[in-house]
Design a binder for this molecule. Structure first.
Ligand SMILES: *Cc1c(COP(=O)(O)O)cnc(C)c1O
Length: 224
C-alpha cells in the first residue's frame, strides 16, 4: 500500500509551477498530518472549526491552515488568530463577521468567494450573478481586515469529464472577469481554488492555483 508520503510525492510531481496543494486532512488523525508534515507538506485544509483548532494547537506552528468547509458565524472567532485562508465565503454577512473578529486582533484574513457552478442543488456558494452584484455594491471595500484573494468552487460530482471541464472553465472565466473589473489594481486577487482528488487534473488544466486533495493523500474518510 502507498504511504501518505508516497501519495504526496506523486501529486506534488504533477503540479505545475504556481499551483499549490492543500492537503485536506479533515476527519483524519493528527498522526496522518504529522506524516505528511515530515514529507514536507505545509498547507492543510479542514472543514470544521473545532477540529482544525484542536489540530492547530497540537501541531507545528509553521503549518498554514486553510478552512474549506461551510462556515457558521458563531465559530469564526476561534480560527481568526491563526487561519491562513478561508475558502468558502458564500455571503456578505460572513465577510462582515470575519472582518469584525479580525479587527479585534489586527489581522487581515485572506478570503475566497465560493461560487456555485455544480449541478447539485446542495452545494453552497454564490451564483456568478450574486457574486458580481455583491462586488458591485462596493460595501466590501470598507472591510479593512479581510482581503478577497480569489474564488473557490466545486465541480459536479460526476464521471462526465466534459461537464467537469465546462464548470471549471466557467469558474476561470468568472475569475478573470472579476479580477479585471474589481481587482485590476490589486495583486492580492490571484487564487482560484478548484480541484479535488477525482478532478484536480482537469482543474489544473483549467487554471486552478490551489487544489484541495484529501482522499488521494490520506485514504478514505468515514465522513464527509
Ligand atoms: C473534503 C473536501 C475536499 C477533498 O475531497 P477529496 O475528494 O477527499 O479530495 C476538497 N474540497 C472541499 C471543499 C471538501 O469539503
Amino acid at each position: 500500500m502507498n504511504t501518505i508520503a508516497d501519495n504526496l510525492k506523486q501529486i506534488q510531481a504533477e503540479l505545475p509551477q504556481g499551483v499549490r496543494l492543500v492537503a485536506v486532512s479533515k476527519f483524519h488523525p493528527q498522526e496522518a498530518i504529522e506524516e505528511a508534515y515530515r514529507a514536507g507538506q505545509r498547507i492543510f485544509g479542514e472543514s470544521k472549526v473545532q477540529e482544525m483548532t484542536a489540530k492547530y494547537e497540537n501541531l507545528p506552528k509553521d503549518i498554514e491552515w486553510h478552512f474549506i468547509g461551510h462556515l457558521q458565524t458563531n465559530k469564526i472567532k476561534y480560527m481568526i488568530p491563526y487561519v491562513a485562508m478561508i475558502h468558502g465565503i458564500d455571503s456578505y454577512k460572513l465577510l462582515v463577521e470575519i472582518n469584525k473578529q479580525a479587527a479585534k486582533i489586527n489581522r487581515t484574513i485572506c478570503c475566497l468567494l465560493q461560487i456555485h457552478v455544480a449541478q447539485e442543488e446542495t452545494k453552497f456558494g454564490f451564483t456568478p450573478e450574486e457574486c458580481k452584484s455583491m462586488l458591485a455594491d462596493e460595501d466590501w471595500k470598507s472591510l479593512d481586515h479581510i482581503q478577497i484573494c480569489g474564488l473557490m468552487g466545486m465541480a459536479s460530482n460526476t464521471d462526465n469529464t466534459e461537464q467537469i471541464i465546462k464548470e471549471f472553465r466557467l469558474l476561470h472565466n468568472l475569475f478573470l472577469e472579476i479580477r479585471e473589473k474589481w481587482f485590476a489594481h490589486s495583486s492580492s486577487f490571484k487564487e482560484l481554488s478548484m480541484g479535488m482528488s477525482h478532478d484536480y487534473h482537469e482543474a489544473i488544466a483549467e487554471g486552478s492555483t490551489l487544489v484541495r486533495v484529501g482522499s488521494k493523500i490520506f485514504g478514505e474518510r468515514n465522513y464527509n
